[in-house]
Design a protein around this ligand. Structure first.
Ligand SMILES: Nc1ncnc2c1ncn2[C@@H]1O[C@H](COP(=O)(O)OP(=O)(O)O)[C@@H](O)[C@H]1O
Ligand SMILES: [Mg+2]
Length: 441
């Protein structure tokens, strides 16, 4: 069986180039094999540790690779080309057939969801969008997500999809099957098969197209241009509220007293401390931010918490012909697995989506000296769609704006996190969260 060591010095630079590889700036120094099996001829499943972080690889091995796979070749070992198997329609097709058969192979388990019949013999294609895992699409029916950093134990994405499915929630892609295995002695979900929704567009694409339309129209207002997004924002608000209601029904709710809110506010202050130390520009807003966080302690009475999406933004919602669909329930990417499972106020998702509307509105102006009219238009777009989203939400659940202080604190806390992220990764976009903090505080 091939191991990471057999792949030689070519593996590390290949890893660093991959979109899903996290520690790009640190590079990959120490690569160890945790686990290697061969679920099918010429298909190797490899769990590796890169400087202590586990990653999942699916590698193909073949004497000759066709031209369309050349880009996926990592190295050659003993005359065989070793390549990223997620890019190979045939090898990925084998995985689907294994799920259809409810089979086991190479120590991995392939299971379709109860009552689900999977069609065999479909070839796969890579999805071709920027993402943090790797997904392949089968025909127009299925999408398989290969988790690049699978964690031992229950998988939140799969569990919440199943819970939502069990109460008949419509605004999700149906869960169809799971690939799992024992990694380091613990059961681990490695892949997740779902209904593929053809002819969808990501919320981010539609929303930003609408902003572009508005900026191009010098004299018209948001309600007058063709690409007005507010009816969609309203529907999206309703869909998110319905998913929240379903999560509450399927997984329960509980009430927490204000000491929990107090410690949450304490955590906001602590995060602000960290970011202030890194980003001096934020110092001017410190007093107003702290006041906004403290204001969230105010309203008396218990707070209802439940499972939420945890990483909601316009890139995690798809508009299908039937309506909005929420995808990717893995939860907050920066948090540890046990933190991601905590019950939260659904206002967190609302605050996160409101931040996403703000990003959609202002990202086209980032990095340039925007003229006053453009800024006014973008502000108008953000206000209009944020309002529409909350209006839509309020059709199904309590209006999130009723808990104004908490919603504002959550939104500002998220913006503080974004300040740090942009400072480290996309300095051109730093102005987006900074301006939002100025506007709202
Ligand atoms: N059920 C689906 N139908 C159609 N496209 C999907 C579906 N699920 C995901 N996608 C597409 O794949 C992308 C990544 O999916 P996601 O589950 O968010 O993966 P990641 O964990 O890598 O972010 C989405 O942004 C979307 O474009
Ligand atoms: Mg995603």
């Amino acid at each position: 069986m091939i191991s990471a060591a057999d792949l030689g010095p070519e593996l590390a630079p290949w890893l660093v180039e991959q979109r899903w590889f996290r520690a790009k700036s640190r590079g990959a120094t120490q690569v160890r094999t945790l686990h290697a099996t061969e679920p099918a001829d010429g298909l190797v499943h490899l769990m590796i540790s890169v400087d202590g972080e586990p990653y999942q690889l699916l590698l193909g091995m073949r004497a000759e690779v066709s031209e369309h796979l050349e880009h996926a070749v990592i190295t050659r070992v003993d005359g065989l080309a070793v390549f990223d198997a997620t890019q190979d329609p045939e090898l990925m097709g084998i995985l689907l057939d294994l799920i259809a058969d409810d089979g086991s192979a190479g120590g991995l388990d392939f299971r379709s969801e109860p009552g689900v019949e999977i069609e065999r013999g479909l070839r796969a294609r890579p999805i071709g969008v920027e993402q943090s895992n790797t997904s392949v699409v089968y025909g127009s029916q299925y999408i398989l997500k290969i988790y690049r950093q699978p964690e031992p134990g229950p998988n939140r994405d799969v569990e919440l999809h199943r819970a939502l499915r069990s109460v008949g929630e419509k605004h999700i892609a149906e869960p169809l099957g799971v690939i799992s295995g024992e990694v380091g002695g613990a059961g681990t979900v490695l892949g997740f098969l779902q209904e593929f929704l053809p002819n969808t567009v990501e919320g981010w694409a539609t929303a930003t197209a609408s902003v572009r339309d508005l900026l191009a129209e010098g004299d018209l207002h948001a309600d007058e241009v063709g690409g007005d997004f507010s009816a969609e924002a309203h529907r999206l608000g309703t869909a998110v509220a319905e998913v929240h209601a379903s999560l509450a029904r399927a997984a329960g709710t509980t009430t927490v007293d204000r000491t929990v809110v107090d410690s949450e506010v304490g955590a906001m202050h602590a995060r602000l401390d960290t970011v202030l130390a890194e980003v001096p520009e934020l110092a001017r807003e410190e007093a107003t931010l702290r006041a906004a966080f403290d204001a969230a302690r105010e309203p008396a009475g218990p707070l209802t918490v439940q499972q939420v999406h945890g990483d909601l933004h316009l890139g995690q919602v798809l508009r299908s012909t039937a309506g909005w669909v929420l995808i990717d329930f893995e939860g907050e990417p920066a948090a540890a697995a046990d933190q991601r499972r905590l019950l939260r106020t659904p206002l967190r998702d609302v605050a996160a989506m409101l931040r996403s509307f703000d990003y959609a509105a202002f990202h086209l102006l980032a990095g340039e000296d925007a003229d006053r009219q453009h800024l006014a238009r973008a502000t108008e777009w953000a206000d209009r769609n944020r309002t529409a989203f909350c209006d839509g939400y309020a059709e199904v659940a309590a209006d999130p704006r009723e808990q104004e202080a908490l919603l504002r604190a959550l939104e500002l806390d998220k913006a503080v996190y974004e300040v740090r992220y942009e400072h480290q990764n996309r300095p051109d976009w730093l102005a987006i969260p900074l301006a939002a903090i100025k506007r709202h505080s």
